[in-house]
Design a protein around this ligand. Structure first.
Ligand code: ASP
Ligand code: MG
Length: 425
């Protein structure tokens, strides 16, 4: 049986972390493993800055390039003492092609340029890790994800062609011949071989795609936390690690902003009943959290915050009721502007929608609907979603908050709130 392991940026952020990847894999010495790796540390953010500098022609371009170059070579030097190891040439070559790219004129498609440049982070990290593991005695084959993850050309949010990908993955990872394959998360390519990306934090999703294609026995996401917690430790003390979670709960939590797993990850796994483990790369022998089945409900209320929300309230100018026709017009604009609805509610005279604040999209929406509707909005709000809520948890998360909108269903309560501490009089 095949396992799919995913190592995120934090698990390969420096030379010691890369050595730790070896230690984790070494626990599974006999197993067949497809390993998916993200860009090292905060490389993707750095590449986004580099792209921005390139596209808008700012001064920082050279500096951003140097920083990335030095960061990666420092790791290479620490891992490979023999300076004639071929990894030096390999990484040099990738950086030189990046340099050539950013010294040439760009197209006027920002998203296209993004995918060509930002995808390099994963290529570099996997080259380094693969070479290190080989040197350390763990034989593996490096696979280019752009040759196996086939997508359309929606740059930065590419859609997977599942049939074609299935075929390519099976062909490129013949586990009867090799035990360990290393590939990149986050990236893929079109049928014309043009690089694409699957959206920020998309490496989890890549792992799920591979698992789906390989009919894997399980997926493990290795993280710097002991598993999935019932709340974000950034905002709350006394968080509890969940031993298990249903696919359904995991989807709900991820969708509303729990940062543990990319929301697209769960569905393909659920479809093939492949369990997803979230485990600690610091304590790899600890159990972590398993996401599987749909029988078990959450044992404790779990909640997540989404910050920086806008609440838009829309009412007809002629005070008529909000009827199906109005809703059709409103939804048409929301869809055209690709505004993702986090929560919505309608009353006789108004329709309210909570969405991530976006300085371009929300004003656009107001402009588009302004003739027909009166529109008000609040920003700087928080959306909390509690799965398997109880009164105590509701009280706990609403201390010092004003609730502007609330919706309860059997298992979930969601509230749009204003933090009263933040109001400046
Ligand atoms: N490196 C990409 C990112 O930081 C993908 C990932 O880490 O999942 O968004
Ligand atoms: Mg990441």
């Amino acid at each position: 049986m095949i396992k799919v392991f995913k190592f995120g940026g934090a698990s390969v952020k420096d030379a010691d972390s890369v050595k730790n990847v070896f230690k984790v894999l070494d626990i599974y010495r006999e197993e067949k493993i497809a390993v998916v790796i993200s860009a090292m540390g905060k490389t993707t953010n750095a590449l986004e800055r580099l792209l921005h500098a390139y596209y808008y022609g700012t001064d920082s371009l050279e500096e951003e390039f140097e920083t990335l170059y030095n960061y990666h070579f420092r790791i290479v030097e620490e891992l490979f003492v023999e300076t004639d190891h071929e990894i030096y040439g390999d990484i040099e070559e990738i950086f030189q092609s990046l340099k050539t790219r950013i010294s040439s004129p760009h197209s006027d498609n920002y998203d296209y340029e993004y995918d060509q440049i930002v995808s390099i982070g994963e290529i570099i990290s996997t080259k380094i890790v693969s070479a290190y593991l080989n040197m350390a005695g763990m034989e593996n084959i490096w696979v280019d994800a752009r040759a196996i993850i086939r997508t359309d050309n929606t740059y930065r949010d590419a859609r997977v062609d599942w049939d074609k990908t299935d075929e390519l993955v099976k062909d490129s990872m013949p586990f009867h011949r090799e035990r360990v394959y290393i590939t990149q998360g986050f990236i893929g390519a079109t049928s014309e071989n043009i690089s694409t990306t699957l959206g920020r934090e998309g490496s989890d999703f890549s792992a799920a795609i591979l698992a789906w294609c390989l009919d894997a026995e399980k997926v493990a996401i290795w993280k710097d936390v002991p598993g999935v917690l019932n709340a974000d430790p950034k905002y709350f003390d006394n968080t509890i690690k969940l031993d298990q979670l249903s696919y359904h709960d995991a989807i709900e939590l991820a969708y509303y902003g729990a940062s543990v797993i990319h929301p697209k990850t769960i569905k393909p796994l659920q479809n093939k009943k492949i369990p997803l483990w979230v485990k600690s790369f610091v304590e790899p022998k600890e159990k972590g959290t398993v996401i599987q089945s749909d029988r078990e409900g959450l044992a404790v209320p779990s909640f997540i915050f989404k910050m920086n929300q806008a609440l838009v309230t829309i009412a007809a100018r002629d005070f008529s009721f909000i009827a199906e026709q109005n809703l059709r017009d409103i939804f048409h604009e929301l869809s055209r502007l690709r505004i993702k609805i986090n929560l919505m509610q309608n009353t006789a005279l108004s329709f309210s929608v909570c969405a991530d604040w976006d300085e371009r999209k929300i004003p656009e929406l107001m402009k588009a609907l302004g003739d027909e509707f009166m529109i008000k909005y609040n920003r700087g709000l928080e959306l909390v979603t509690i799965r398997h809520y109880d009164q105590e948890t509701i009280e706990r998360v609403t201390v010092n908050k004003e609730i502007l909108l609330e919706e309860k269903s059997r298992y979930t309560v969601q509230m749009v709130m204003r933090d009263l501490d933040c109001i400046i009089e």
